[in-house]
Ligand binder design. Structure first.
Ligand code: G1P
Ligand code: ZN
Length: 559
């Protein structure tokens, strides 16, 4: 029998969740009561539903996850939560949390991750609240959490409640006369059985192992020392019959082994090398918490996430989940290249364009209007959960390849031939000074909205583009009519090409400028993206005077 106590505390500034939860340096989270305050505010937002409720808790295995799980257990017990479902050792991938919330119909879940940001004592940590639909909390909820953090005076905790999370087990406690249960679950079991319902595993296995007619299809799957390691092990080694040479970095490490666990051409460059050098037909990598993916073909042929979404959209019927349930609608975030729009048009499916961040897809999925969606930032997923899902994307691609008998590159070439090609690139300028970036954005917005900008012609590299529309993107949610304003500056040209500017909402310090460029070619589809986009990139840098404001000659990352 334990009792809760009330501890006096003071608000911390800046506990405002960004695109995907509260992300700060570990040093910030370990300040006295900093983490406790934020957890208490998450629980307070759910105050009226806490008694008798169940929450799911897990994270990506980074530094501090276990300590924070312990705090969540102690604080949840004191606040009347009835039960926590916790991943063994605090491990659960973000899509697995989403699935477990939905499967066990819980009030929600707390995800401990800073996603693809580096981990370790000097790096990043993050806390995110997901609601009962399994998706990231809405802006209204995160705003309410933030508001509570600005005035918090006390939190409740059961200091002497100690619960081991290293073994699968059910622990029950008596707290303040109530029963409190912590169920420690196998981190991968539920998720893997769900994947086996969604996909045709025997078909994927036959692809990978080869048949009399077809030689084995050699895959290389990289968990980047993140949370997907145990999932990759179970799915690829145990279920699909792969061997050790088909997987890499599958043990989750607190600092991701020093890697920046972001699956793109810059941070997953060694996977690119390994696929190039080895005899591999397919490569995939996932980020720290398992919701992002990068897909490569033979010789490290790179599939842009925008193209990946479009190709999947055009072939979903070969996946049992969609063959059974049908495809209702498609969606992408605003900066994502518009390749999927053409598939939607060809198939007469509704197409939604939402602001950056997975939370905006959830309402559409809950309303049964959206089946598949994606973001250019290496996020792809479907309504099987309410998060993007890296492993799901790799399995979806393998399903398409098994079905079509084509290589990754052949799939893309056939797609471009039919639909034309949206060349896309994103330039990131990381860790710049916040003030100058904000100034750049407001000056640019003024330029873009001044009279005469629409209709103006801009030329570079022998090409001319005429502005058709220029605005700061706002979105009205078609389901609940909530409005998200100022979601990115976009310039759309007469030929459909686009330039978008945004400041990142996931950084833990300073500002990151993202410049997105999307250009459509109906016929000339075989060129290099850098050549096709060069003129628009230089127009973007000119209009925004980006070099002057950021002091940077080159971006940190180009994707
Ligand atoms: C970034 C991506 C965005 C994604 C988010 C979470 O957010 O751009 O698409 O949803 O990470 O993975 P940003 O830093 O741009 O706000
Ligand atoms: Zn992530």
């Amino acid at each position: 029998m334990s009792n809760s106590v009330t501890v006096d505390t003071k608000p911390y500034e800046g506990q405002k969740p960004g695109t995907s939860g509260l992300r700060k340096k570990v040093k910030v989270f370990i300040q006295e009561n900093y983490t406790e305050n934020f957890i208490q505010c998450i629980l307070d937002v759910n105050k009226t539903s806490l008694i008798g409720s169940t929450l799911v808790v897990g994270g990506d295995g980074r530094y501090l996850v276990k300590e924070v799980v312990d705090k969540i257990i102690k604080i949840s017990a004191a606040n009347g939560v009835s039960k926590l479902i916790v991943g063994q050792n605090g491990i659960l991938s973000t899509p697995a949390v989403s699935y477990i919330i939905r499967k066990y119909k819980t009030l929600g879940g707390i995800v401990l991750t800073a996603s693809h940001n580096p981990g370790g004592a000097d790096e990043d940590f993050g806390i995110k609240f997901n609601c009962s639909n399994g998706g990231p909390a809405s802006d209204a909820t995160t705003d309410a959490i933030y508001k509570l953090t600005t005035s918090i005076k006390q939190y409740k905790i059961v200091p002497d409640l100690n619960c081991a999370i290293d073994k699968i087990d059910v622990h029950t406690f008596k707290v303040d006369q109530r029963q409190f249960t912590v169920e420690v679950i196998d981190a991968v079991e539920d998720y893997v059985s769900y994947m086996k319902e969604i996909f045709d595993f025997p078909k994927i296995k036959a692809l990978i192992q080869g048949t009399e007619q077809r030689k084995p299809f050699n895959v290389l799957i990289d968990a980047m020392n993140g949370v997907t390691g145990p999932y990759v092990k179970r799915i690829f080694l145990e279920e699909l019959g792969c061997s050790e040479k088909n997987v890499r970095r599958i043990v989750p490490l607190e600092d991701f082994g020093g890697a920046h666990p972001d699956p793109n051409l810059t941070y997953a460059a060694d996977l690119v090398e390994a696929v190039k050098e080895g005899d591999y037909d397919f490569g995939a990598a996932f980020d720290g918490d398992g919701d992002r993916n990068m897909i490569l073909g033979r010789d490290a042929f790179f599939v842009t996430p925008s193209d990946s979404l479009a190709v999947l959209a055009d072939n979903l019927e070969c996946i049992p989940y969609f063959a059974r349930g049908g495809v209702r609608g498609l969606a992408r975030s605003m900066p994502t290249a518009a390749a999927v729009d053409r598939v939607a048009a060809a198939r007469a499916l509704p197409l939604f364009e939402v602001p950056t961040g997975w939370k905006y897809f959830g309402n559409l999925m809950d309303a049964g209007q959206l089946s598949l969606c994606g973001e250019e930032s290496f996020g792809t997923g479907s309504d099987h959960v309410r998060e993007k899902d890296g492993l799901w994307a790799a399995l979806a691609w393998l399903s398409l390849l098994a079905h079509s008998g084509r290589s990754v590159q052949e799939m893309l070439q056939a797609h471009w031939k039919q639909f034309g090609r949206n060349y896309f690139t994103r330039y990131d300028y990381e860790n710049c000074t916040s003030e100058s970036c904000e100034e750049m954005m407001s000056v640019l917005e003024r330029t873009m909205t001044s009279p005469g900008f629409v209709g103006s012609a801009h030329s570079a590299g022998g090409k001319e583009y005429v502005v058709k529309l220029a605005d700061n993107f706002s979105y009205v949610d078609p389901i609940d009519q909530s409005v998200a304003k100022r979601q990115g500056l976009r310039i759309i040209f007469e030929d459909g090409s686009r330039i978008v500017f945004r400041l990142s909402g996931t950084g833990s310090s300073g500002a990151t400028v993202r410049v997105y460029v999307d250009s459509y070619e109906a016929v000339s589809v075989g060129g290099a993206a850098a050549d096709a986009l060069g003129p628009l990139v230089s127009i973007a840098l000119d209009i925004s005077r980006l070099k002057q404001y950021t002091g940077r000659d080159e971006p940190t990352v180009i994707t």
